[in-house]
Design a protein. Structure first.
Length: 347
């Protein structure tokens, strides 16, 4: 339920009043060492998350548009331009995280190849088969759109290579009829989706094996130091795990990581808490929001980059570099402005 504007304004003002008399923070992080992550990772996780944002845009688009109209090549450009922006940012005094850069190059090159092949195929073969269709979307079109959304829902919380492409491939042949209207389009879509699911399933298996060999299992939580633990609604309270209370009334808590961090951190901020540390960091954190093209950031906001939403020309993505100490203010402000918070990149 949307809170009244007056309550939102009060939530914004309360931390300011508290912050005026807040004692200085201890010199060393309060977050236990095993829960700390490098500040550079808030920037380097953006290219990873673009490969969630892009499929999300695709899934929304193909619900009522043919895949041939999706801007695959435009998304390739956006991936590499955003990586260039975060790479420049991480050169400003941060250690070089070689492991993350290698990972970004692997996913970037593979995604570039995939999008280029799909873009070329849809531009030629896909559009030709569309010309033969006279009854709207086929069963296979609708199945592909449904799986695209299932994939996005999955990768918001789990690595993409764990998605069960094999089951979706079986479902394609079991749940759609071999004969029916627009046979050329039906069988062209069967071929396209079969090729996609089979290739991704095989490549995902290879990547999963390589990842488990080269990297440790990522922690599913992010430890956060709050200036206080405010009363929370039941849903949010169930996601926030208290680790320790400090003598000054502040609290060390664990939030769920990845996509859920966005919602929990926003709800905690709206409830009136401020952040002191996130994963051991007190400096900067990256936040992205989807805003109208006429949106002007607030005075003092630092914009790392903006990107148009190619399939939604009235909107753009804005990536903001926010001090951890003022993250709650930013989240409250975005909520008050009723813009879509896309992600908080929790290292």
């Amino acid at each position: 339920m949307r809170r009244p504007a007056a309550l939102l304004a009060l939530a914004v003002l309360l931390p300011v009043a508290r912050g005026a008399t807040a004692p200085p923070l201890p010199p060393q992080p309060v977050t236990p060492a095993e829960h700390r992550r490098g500040t550079e990772q808030t920037f380097l996780t953006y290219p990873e998350w673009f490969l969630v944002h892009s499929p999300a845009e695709y899934a929304a688009f193909v619900r009522d548009h043919p895949p041939s109209e999706f801007p695959f090549f435009g998304h390739i450009r956006q991936f590499w331009s955003s990586y260039h922006a975060v790479y420049r940012e991480t050169r400003r005094g941060y250690p070089t995280n070689w492991g993350y850069h290698v990972m970004i190059m692997v996913i970037g090159v593979s995604t570039t190849a995939e999008y280029a092949l799909r873009g070329a195929y849809e531009t030629v073969v896909g559009r030709v088969s569309e010309l033969t269709a006279t009854h709207g979307m086929t069963e296979e079109d609708r199945y592909g759109a449904r799986v695209a959304q299932e994939y996005v829902d999955f990768i918001r919380v789990r690595p993409w290579y764990e998605f069960d492409f094999r089951r979706r491939l079986k479902g394609l042949w079991a749940e759609t009829h071999a004969f029916g209207p627009d046979m050329i389009r039906k069988w062209e879509r069967r071929y396209a989706l079969t090729s996609e699911y089979a290739a991704k399933g095989l490549y995902g298996w290879v990547i999963m094996k390589a990842t488990k060999t080269a990297y440790e299992e990522a922690r599913p939580d992010t430890v956060v130091w709050l200036d206080r633990l405010p009363p929370l609604d039941a849903g949010t309270a169930g996601e926030v795990h208290l680790l320790r209370r400090l003598p000054d009334g502040s609290a060390l808590v664990a939030f769920p990581r990845y996509d859920a961090f966005k919602d929990v951190s926003t709800n905690v901020a709206i409830a009136g808490a401020d952040f002191r540390e996130i994963a051991g960091n007190r400096s900067l954190i990256l936040v992205s929001a989807l805003v109208p093209v006429a949106y002007v950031p607030a005075e003092g906001d630092r914009v790392l980059f903006t990107q148009p939403l190619i399939t939604q020309p009235a909107f753009k993505r804005v990536a903001l570099v926010v001090p951890v100490a003022t993250l709650a203010d930013t989240l409250r402000s975005l909520r008050a402005q009723r813009v879509t918070l896309e992600h908080v990149y929790d290292y």
